[in-house]
Design a binder for this molecule. Structure first.
Ligand SMILES: Nc1ncnc2c1ncn2[C@@H]1O[C@H](COP(=O)(O)OP(=O)(O)O)[C@@H](O)[C@H]1O
Ligand SMILES: [Mg+2]
Length: 308
């Protein structure tokens, strides 16, 4: 999509002179105009995730521009915006997945429960257990359903390390079975697969595979679940199941979900962040407010389908 499609109506002569001396964004707005339409999203309680002045570069390309936002716990936060605006890049910052991309450089701060994740000495394996991720295309391992769920806890040694005791409130010789059942129940998949746990996961339908991936993520006891367009490869019925599951999970987990489907964001999220081209966070607020009464003209144009 070309930048031209994002141009707003011509600024008035006054605005034009004023903005000439200022930095302008890719869509031609001055920084000042952006700040004018920015309203801080306020909520009760301490943020689970606090992002401050986050910038991401791929080589010379500036993919995320000075984004700050606080994400409340045990709720669904939707990230929406046109393709290429930086949603996936932003999401990957929240568990340092961008570290795996050689050309990516991240600047700024992300705190989880008040603790900086961009500092030396952070254990990335631990971080990614606390902040799990589910991708657009379901990616189960070519192993049994049971092995998919037990993989993480086995690998991390958690099954013998007290995780199960913590999750189940007691020690049990059949720990792994219980973990598998618990995770599959939480992922709303147990009833469909309980009689074939040793079957290969690749034999499941796409929707079942995606719920299995969510179960795999839950098995290592995360606090935050990042989902990048988790239903966009699925049919409407499978999508509805994932949407219901996301809403259920938000009672116990902090869910951040990228979607290009605005109806989906409106249906499932508590708050919505709108990114527009160039990696700017243009507006962030309660979902109803964003969809019914956005503060920013550009957001209104986007959600009413004038572009994007
Ligand atoms: N691995 C990468 N290397 C270089 N550029 C990338 C990479 N990933 C994304 N980008 C660029 O960063 C911008 C934002 O991309 P992305 O975060 O994937 O957007 P979205 O998820 O909103 O579609 C795009 O211009 C894209 O081309
Ligand atoms: Mg993306």
């Amino acid at each position: 999509m070309s930048n031209a499609e994002f141009q707003q109506s011509e600024p008035s002569a006054d605005e034009q002179t004023e903005s000439q001396s200022q930095t302008t964004t890719v869509s031609g707005e001055s920084q000042e105009q952006l700040e004018d339409e920015w309203i801080e999203y306020e909520f009760d309680g301490a943020p689970k995730i606090s992002v401050e002045d986050l910038d991401v570069f791929y080589g010379d390309d500036h993919a995320i521009q000075s984004v700050s936002m606080d994400i409340p716990e045990n709720s669904v936060t939707a990230l929406i915006g046109p393709s290429g605006c930086g949603k996936s890049t932003f999401l990957r910052c929240l568990n340092r997945m961008n570290d795996r991309i050689n050309s990516a450089r991240v600047e700024g701060s992300v705190e989880i429960d008040g603790e900086e994740i961009y500092q030396d000495g952070v254990n990335l394996v631990e971080l990614r257990k606390r902040v799990g991720m589910v991708f657009q295309a379901p990616n189960p391992f070519p192993k049994s359903i049971r092995d998919n769920i037990a993989y993480g806890p086995r690998k991390h040694g958690d099954i013998n390390d007290g995780l199960l005791d913590r999750l189940l409130g007691r020690a049990d010789p059949d720990k792994e079975d219980e973990l598998v059942e618990r995770s599959l129940r939480q992922a709303a998949l147990w009833d469909e697969v309980s009689d074939r746990l040793d079957d290969n996961a690749l034999g499941l339908s796409g929707g079942q595979q995606q719920r299995l991936c969510i179960g795999r993520c839950l098995a290592v006891d995360p606090e935050v679940i990042l989902m990048d367009e988790p239903a966009s490869a699925l049919d409407p019925i499978a999508t509805a199941k994932i949407e219901d599951l996301i809403e259920e999970l938000s009672e116990d987990y902090t869910v951040v979900v990228v979607t290009h489907n605005m109806q989906q964001a409106a249906r499932i999220s508590d708050q919505t962040a709108v990114f527009l081209t160039g990696g700017e966070l243009v507006e962030y607020g309660e979902t109803d407010q964003i969809f019914e009464n956005p503060n920013s003209q550009r957001v209104e144009d986007y959600i009413t389908g004038k572009f994007g």
